[in-house]
Design a binder for this molecule. Structure first.
Ligand SMILES: NC(=O)C1=CN([C@@H]2O[C@H](COP(=O)(O)OP(=O)(O)OC[C@H]3O[C@@H](n4cnc5c(N)ncnc54)[C@H](O)[C@@H]3O)[C@@H](O)[C@H]2O)C=CC1
Ligand SMILES: O=C([O-])CC(=O)C(=O)O
Length: 270
């Protein structure tokens, strides 16, 4: 029988708390042992009803676990990543946009034996994109449409004086460019574009449009891939989570599915 892998989670917000609850409910081959939180008192309260309460530790302490899931603001991505990678752990980032300017971490991981596993997150179809990218790919695009409040606070909007909450009637294109620049300008909004770029043809060639759309209630992402082997067109419409409207509810579920795939005997999808 495969051994149980222990899990540590950085951040107990829209992603981390849901993932923690799901792991505590019981998943074969996985055991939640540690969490890191900004607000310890709140974390204690959130963990109060858990069957097996994980330890509340600092970021370095998380790396005692076999798997370190980062579910925190992008600002602390590097700290979490470095601690996990230095100890040779399996690092599963949510804030994968923050990985794009830090690809040296992949080289570090190669040296320590760590693995970096980027989950599909709020997106879909990365199995097909990866397959297509084993062959010739002409183009990869993603169009993201979010209710305006799902984009509030993005540095790009602030730098360009764009008030998305003033978008009331017509959907408005607020960004068009490559995935690398989108990840810098919208670190809490389009990690999906970073995951797509890493799965396919890289952050410079992966193009993204970001729309503030007052007519959608869901965070909607459409991927188009033109490849020699196939043409892909896929859309996901995510229900925003109550805790954080920028984050689709499917994200912690996707990470849970990803973690299950690390231990399950039967694994479906590449
Ligand atoms: N890959 C993907 O498809 C997606 C990625 N994301 C990204 O995942 C990350 C987490 O998203 P959410 O859970 O929605 O965010 P959130 O804001 O709901 O939760 C983040 C949590 O981290 C905690 N935190 C802040 N500083 C901390 C520290 N120093 N140590 C430990 N915890 C700390 C906060 O208190 C909060 O509870 C964000 O960067 C977000 O942009 C979000 C949605 C989809
Ligand atoms: O949940 C979503 O729709 C996507 C998201 O926030 C992200 O990629 O960062």
């Amino acid at each position: 029988m495969a051994r149980t892998l222990t899990v540590g989670i950085a951040g107990l917000g829209a992603i981390g708390l849901h993932l923690a609850r799901a792991l505590d409910a019981g998943v074969d081959g996985l055991k939640l042992v540690a969490v890191a939180a900004r607000d310890h008192a709140k974390a204690q309260a959130n963990l109060a009803g858990f069957r097996n309460r994980p330890a509340i530790v600092d970021i370095a302490g998380l790396a005692e676990a076999d798997i370190v899931v980062e579910a925190a603001p992008a600002a602390i991505f590097e700290e979490v990543a470095k601690a996990a990678i230095a100890r040779g752990r399996i690092f599963v980032p949510s804030s994968c946009g923050a990985l794009l300017p830090r690809m040296h971490l992949v080289e570090e991981a190669r040296k320590t034996g760590a693995r970096i596993i980027v989950p599909t997150g709020a997106l879909l179809g990365l199995d097909a994109v990866r397959a297509a990218a084993e062959g010739e790919v002409a183009s990869v695009t993603i169009e993201t449409r979010k209710p305006p409040r799902g984009l509030v606070g993005a540095p790009y909007l602030e730098q360009h004086g764009i008030d998305v909450l003033a978008v009331k009637d017509e959907k408005t294109l607020v960004f068009k460019g490559n995935a690398y620049d989108a990840a810098q300008g919208f670190p809490a909004n389009v990690n999906v574009a970073a995951a797509l770029a890493l799965a396919g043809i890289g952050p410079q060639r992966t193009m993204i449009e970001i729309w503030a759309d007052p007519h959608v209630t869901r965070n909607t992402h459409t991927i188009r891939v033109e490849a020699a082997a196939a043409r892909l067109t896929m859309t996901i419409e995510n229900v925003p989570s109550e805790e954080n409207p920028r984050t689709g509810k499917i994200t912690p579920l996707s990470i849970l599915a990803c973690l299950r795939g690390l231990t399950s005997t039967l694994k479906v999808g590449s």
